[in-house]
Design a protein around this ligand. Structure first.
Ligand SMILES: [Zn+2]
Length: 323
């Protein structure tokens, strides 16, 4: 959604993915005024990618309809937010890249403006987006769980992102629930996202079908959308895959509830949204079997409201300004 009517103050949000950089000029109420994008092309090296981030952000600064208060950047990997440094991002091949400083210097050199630049892990950025613009406004202790091609999670406690001693706090996608389970890209086995993700659903269906299985289930190109549609039509193989994912999602929620007693869990991501009704009620039943009722008293589990990762990234500016 874009609008030309937004007024007031603005921020630039940039989401750096493995394949593309998506940016937006965003109002302080979360409206997208203008968008920009570029290919990531991470094989060109961090200097080239950082220059592209700065260029896309800089283009959005020009002709902004009001003052721009800063740039917020979300990236994969382990991010040292106070230092503005990506410590390690395997997807991008980055180690110790001082992104915030480099982007600020590039913008100062090319646009003659000094802007604060913030950088944070993309899962934490999604949580902040909900805190600043979405369903978690006014709720200081909550978690965001994104179910899509993997499972990403971010956690705020008392209004602060919990980063952890080495920037891996709340990385629930790689929590091992079954050490003898499916191999995971991270090198472990039985991580949450080997079951609770689009590829996890596909693996569940492919693992449970014999030669008598329907053609859709044996398709090597099978997609999660098909499984969700088949589950809605009552196909038992698809229903079983979603039930397994829901059960594991409930175990994942139990970890969050046991440790931080959140008031809210926000479920986002493509699959988290499209299959919310198939996953969350069953996950809540699993959760209720695993934690004391007292800890569930204030808890609500709701779908996410901020669907643009660039808008989420822009929230870093307002959170940074206000904290
Ligand atoms: Zn893993």
């Amino acid at each position: 959604m874009t609008t030309q009517e937004a007024t007031g103050e603005f921020a630039v949000g940039v989401d750096v993915g493995a394949t593309k950089i998506a940016a937006a000029l965003v109002s302080n109420t979360g409206e997208v005024v203008r968008e920009g994008r570029a290919a990531t092309d991470a094989t060109d090296g961090p200097d080239a990618v950082v220059a592209r981030i700065a260029q896309v952000a800089g283009d959005l600064l020009e002709n902004a309809p009001g003052p721009v208060r800063g740039v917020g950047i979300g990236t994969p990997g382990y991010v040292d937010c106070p230092a503005g440094v990506v410590r390690n991002a395997v997807n991008l091949g980055w180690v110790e890249v001082p992104v915030a400083r480099q982007v600020a210097e590039w913008i100062a050199a090319h646009h003659a403006v000094q802007l604060p630049v913030y950088i944070e892990n993309d899962a934490n950025v999604q949580a902040l987006g909900e805190y600043v613009f979405g369903v978690a406004r006014g709720i200081d202790t909550f978690a965001h769980v994104a179910v899509g091609s993997g499972l990403g999670s971010g956690l705020l406690v008392n209004g602060r992102v919990v980063a952890g001693a080495s920037y891996t706090a709340a990385e629930l996608g790689h929590l091992v629930l079954d050490p003898a389970g499916r191999p995971c890209a991270c090198g472990l086995r039985g991580c949450v996202e080997t079951v609770v993700s689009g590829p996890g659903l596909v693996r569940s269906v492919h693992a449970s079908t014999g030669p008598d299985a329907p053609a859709w289930a044996r398709d090597p190109e099978l997609r999660a959308e098909t499984i969700v549609a088949q589950a809605r039509a009552g196909d038992p193989t698809a229903v079983a895959a979603l039930e397994l994912a829901a059960s594991w999602l409930g175990m994942t929620f139990a970890v969050l509830v046991a440790v931080v007693n959140p008031a809210l869990i926000v479920v986002g991501g493509g699959l988290g949204h499209s299959a919310f009704d198939l996953l969350v009620p069953a996950a809540q039943r699993e959760l209720a079997r695993r934690v004391p009722a007292q800890s569930l008293d204030p808890l609500r589990i709701v779908p996410s409201a901020v669907h643009s990762s660039a808008v989420g990234a822009s929230a870093l500016v307002w959170h940074g300004v206000n904290s």
